[in-house]
Design a binder for this molecule. Structure first.
Ligand code: FAD
Ligand code: NAD
Length: 475
């Protein structure tokens, strides 16, 4: 007899495990099925985000930034440090410890919320009044039944046919998080979020980093002005960003990789590097799900088709996170998980996809929410922009982090804030105020009339709001 549950969740990334906790809180009898194994071959909850994504990358970004500060910034404070070097082994061990503490923490959260955790690959085998799911691991299999299913199987790195991974010299983001030494020359295919974050980690530690980006423009997903500023700053830091580069082949030898590509003028070029990271996007992980067995509808790119409430075409089957439309971001996955759980429990869950914050954890950080200037122009929306630089802010000066700005875009007729774009220190923290503003339909005048602490970086946000009506005070 198959064990029976109110809810079966397939995948324990930030979408699935958060959905499971919320289901548990709501008193639903819940099983969460996940197949992730860490490098020691042990089950490890948390999916991409905790094992090989958000958390380990941020740990390495922090370590490498500290190294960079110690070498190039401490002296400005009169702090003289000599003989600074990096022990990559210690840095990686610290990262692994952080990952282990978080992935282990999910086990405890599951116990606390009475969520049953099962290890193995989940696959739909039949759909009647309930759904039957087979869970297989190491040749053994077991079935469970559930009235509701939440699919949260996440995404996988896209491969480039001309640049196959050998997982030694040519790696994806998983390999790039685990280098045991600093490569002298590092090539990165794709100047997107992963390319910029992991490229920055290894550049700070001493690699010569070259990014080959297929598109003619740098970071087109961000506001154009922010992207331009970022490209200027990153280039000055030493990242060699080559846009309009079409990679045709990457050949891994014994010790180095040769990448052949066509540059933006159509000329053939070659790049030699000691390691190559392929970071050209991710695709939804739906291949082994048995979707066709039960008639779960996927779109042409393999995403599970869902409505605004993450309901699939099948009754009582939800899909959330990277496996459905919308940005591939951990917080978006988690909020969709909460929404699905609440709807299953008869509540009115919702997620506003228009107000999902984006953060790129480079230095300076980049963060935004809402519309970009180019989107507003294309849509013919009249707007006013207010902008303020970190250079004119006392806290930013004290930190020694003065590059970048905050830009607020407000509808010209209503003054409602429709987009906020930040490049600067702690943009990841500052963006929260912008998200609240968007969610509460704040006007730039609302923000202008709110008292912001002095000296703080948030004053830059305040001044940008004042700037919408041309009354910024400190410029
Ligand atoms: P995942 O986290 O991918 O989890 C899916 C889980 O389901 C996995 O454990 C998988 O093994 C399991 N699974 C798949 N199929 C099955 C099956 N059939 N049966 C059982 N289990 C299955 N996002 C941010 O918001 N901020 C960041 O800073 C950030 N940094 C990132 C850095 C890197 C290097 C990468 C690669 C990604 C980063 N992301 C970041 C993106 C973020 O990791 C994803 O958006 C997020 O993990 C998606 O969550 P998810 O639950 O949908 O899927
Ligand atoms: P991405 O979409 O951010 O960037 C991929 C880049 O590769 C794009 O600029 C694309 O134009 C380029 N590209 C595609 N094909 C190419 C080719 N053949 N040659 C050269 N360039 C090519 O994807 P990513 O960096 O792989 O990251 C995947 C996703 O993971 C992100 O979109 C994001 O959703 C998530 N992520 C988020 C964070 C964060 O929130 N801080 C960090 C890392 C990853």
């Amino acid at each position: 007899m198959a064990r029976s549950f109110d809810v079966a969740i397939i995948g324990a990334g930030p979408g699935g495990y958060v959905a499971a906790i919320r289901c548990g809180q709501l008193g639903l009898n819940t099983v969460c099925i996940d197949d992730w194994k860490n490098e020691k071959g042990k089950p490890s909850l948390g999916g991409t985000c905790l094992n090989v994504g958000c958390i380990p990358s941020k740990a390495l970004l922090e370590s490498s930034e500290n190294y960079q500060r110690a070498r190039h910034k401490f002296f400005e404070h009169g702090v003289n440090v000599h003989g600074v070097d990096i022990d990559v082994g210690v840095m990686q061990a610290r990262k692994n410890k952080i990952v282990e503490s978080f992935t282990g923490g999910i086990d405890l959260l599951f116990k606390k919320n009475k969520v049953i955790s099962m290890h193995g690959k989940g696959r739909f085998v039949s759909a009647n009044e309930t759904y039957r799911i087979e869970i297989s691991d190491d040749g053994k299999s077991e079935n469970v039944e559930a009235r509701h299913v939440i699919v949260a199987t996440g995404s996988l790195p896209r491969q480039l046919p001309g640049a196959p991974l050998d997982r030694k010299l040519v790696v994806d983001s998983v390999g790039a998080l685990a280098f045991t030494e600093v490569p002298r020359r590092l090539g990165v295919i794709g100047a997107g979020v992963i390319g910029l974050e992991l490229g920055s980690v290894w550049r700070r530690l001493g690699s010569e980093v070259t990014l080959l980006e297929a598109l003619p423009d740098f970071l087109p997903v961000a506001d154009e002005q922010v992207a331009k500023e970022a490209q200027k700053i990153f280039t000055k830091q030493g990242l060699d960003i080559r846009t309009g580069a079409t990679v045709t082949l990457a050949k891994a030898g014994k010790k180095r990789v040769t990448v052949e590509y066509e540059d933006n003028k159509g000329a053939q070029q070659a790049l030699e590097c000691d390691k190559l990271i392929v970071a050209i996007g991710r695709f939804p992980n739906t291949a082994a799900l048995g979707a066709e067995t039960v008639g779960l509808r996927l779109d042409s790119r393999g995403y599970i088709e869902v409505d605004a409430r993450c309901r699939s075409n099948l009754p009582n089957v939800f899909a959330i996170g990277d496996v459905v439309r919308g940005p591939m971001l951990a917080h978006k996955a988690s909020e969709e998980g909460v929404m699905a759980a609440e709807i299953i429990a008869g509540q009115a869950g919702q997620v506003n996809l228009e107000a999902i914050p984006w953060v790129i954890y480079t230095s300076p950080e980049i963060a935004w929410v809402g519309e970009t200037e180019q989107q507003l122009k294309n849509a013919g929306v009249a707007y006013h922009a207010g902008q303020f630089p970190f250079l004119a802010n006392g806290r930013a000066r004290s930190l020694g982090e003065t590059s970048g700005f905050v830009k607020i875009l407000a509808d010209a007729k209503t003054d409602r804030i429709v987009g906020v774009h930040i490049i600067g220190p702690y943009a990841s923290e500052m963006i929260a105020e912008a998200v609240v503003a968007l969610e509460f339909s704040a006007s730039s005048e609302d923000i202008a009339r709110i008292v912001h602490a002095h000296p703080s970086l948030s004053e830059v946000f305040h001044e940008a709001a004042l700037g919408v009506t041309k009354r910024a005070l400190h410029i």
